[in-house]
Design a protein around this ligand. Structure first.
Ligand SMILES: *Cc1c(COP(=O)(O)O)cnc(C)c1O
Length: 388
């Protein structure tokens, strides 16, 4: 990136990688079959559970979030199985397409891309499924394409209250370590994560946090899994090893990220994200712009997606911002392309970084000739300085 000072990477992932993590990664790669690695990896695999709040195994693959979706589906299901999915936005739609591609039969509950999950719609589908043909309910916790977050506890309650045996799989790629997530308490069977969002790492790791029930089911399913086979991981992982070369240097970074999250405290991490979400929404409404997310119950603490006024291009606006202020904002995806922009306020982020970000947006709106009111930055500043 040209110009002095730091680039502002305010897309909702990959996020700004803190210096501590960059330094942790910047070490010689060690022998992944040696004793030193085994000791390190055993501890790391165990400590990773504290982020998912789970007691079952966490499998870590050298892949992205998309690979971790495939791992979750292909380990637990068989061709022709019905899976219930919910159209919260682009990521839910991609996951559904992948399910169809893998030979599953997704049942897709339609959504408007401006709200989170209505659990009663899942309840209705499950109630009709008296034969228990639906083998899994797959939902996205934080829908990064729209800035809408859903209540996973409510989805989980629907499954439990209806007595339906389907597995619950949750995409937490952008919500992990940015919003509260409790795998065990919410009876989530597979949580799917990625390294480059709340975990503050570069891209390259995909996670499956797995319940004992899901692991048991995976032993008798019939989809072809090779690289992503959990059952190939279990044995080696129990000794601190992997069935193939793991992303050793990203593991150093992951270890550092877990330290950082616990030093701050996960609850503090979540409330910091909530606070920045609230400050951002105040700025957006002071600008007179519209939040993509329509209802407060779904507001995201991870990112805020903003509607462009009619006749104005989100991509043209973002181009001016990056060229003038050296800040990357998130684009609109799929049917929201060019209609919105997204402000990532997640990961290694503080009040002054948020104020810099919002200043860049406000100056960019002015420069791009996008109709707005001034005072968004001031509204955020007032909120942050009153609420410490
Ligand atoms: C980023 C993201 C993904 C995709 O992850 P990749 O690492 O790009 O494959 C999936 N789901 C959600 C909610 C995401 O934010």
């Amino acid at each position: 990136m040209a110009g002095p000072g730091r680039h502002f990477l305010q897309i909702p992932g990959p996020t700004n990688v803190p210096d501590r993590i960059l330094r942790a990664i910047n070490r010689p790669t060690m022998d992944h079959r040696g004793a030193e690695f085994a000791e390190f990896a055993l501890k790391l695999l165990d400590r990773t559970r504290s982020i998912f709040k789970c007691s079952g195994p966490v499998f870590i693959f050298p892949t992205s979030g998309t690979g971790a979706w495939e791992a979750a589906l292909s380990n637990t299901l068989s061709p022709g199985d019905k899976v219930l999915m919910y159209e919260t936005g682009h990521f839910a739609s991609l996951w559904k397409s992948m399910a169809a591609h893998l030979g599953l039969e997704p049942v897709f509950i339609e959504g408007d891309w401006r709200s989170g999950i209505d659990p009663s719609k899942i309840a209705n589908q499950l109630k009709q499924d008296t034969a228990h043909a639906i083998k899994a309910v797959c939902v996205v916790h934080g829908e990064t394409s729209t800035g809408c977050t859903s209540s996973i506890k409510d989805v989980s309650d629907v499954l439990r209250d209806g007595g339906h045996p389907a597995l619950l799989m949750v995409d937490v790629v952008s919500s992990l370590a940015t919003a509260d997530f409790r795998q065990d308490e919410w009876n989530v069977d597979v949580a799917i994560g990625g390294s480059q969002k709340g975990l503050m790492l570069p891209p390259g790791l995909g996670f499956n946090a797995v319940s004992e029930r899901a692991l048991e089911i995976s032993k008798s399913t019939h989809m072809n899994t090779g690289f992503f086979d959990w059952n190939e991981m279990v044995g080696p992982n129990s000794q601190g090893f992997f069935p193939y070369t793991p992303a050793t240097n990203l593991f150093y970074g992951l270890s550092e990220a877990i330290d950082m999250l616990h030093e701050e405290g996960l609850d503090q991490v979540f409330s910091r994200h909530q606070r920045h979400g609230e400050a951002t929404r105040r700025a957006v409404s002071a600008w007179g712009l519209e939040n993509v997310c329509l209802k407060p119950q779904y507001y995201s603490s991870t990112l805020t997606a903003v509607m462009m006024p009619d006749g104005h291009s989100g991509d043209a606006f973002r181009k001016i911002v990056v060229e003038t202020y050296n800040m990357s904002l998130g684009s609109g995806l799929a049917k929201l392309a060019d209609k919105i922009f997204r402000i990532g306020h997640l990961g290694d982020f503080n009040d002054l970084m948020l104020m810099g970000t919002l200043s860049g947006v406000e100056m960019g709106l002015e420069r791009a000739g996008v109709p707005h009111h001034r005072g968004g930055v001031q509204a955020a500043l007032d909120y942050l300085s009153a609420d410490t």
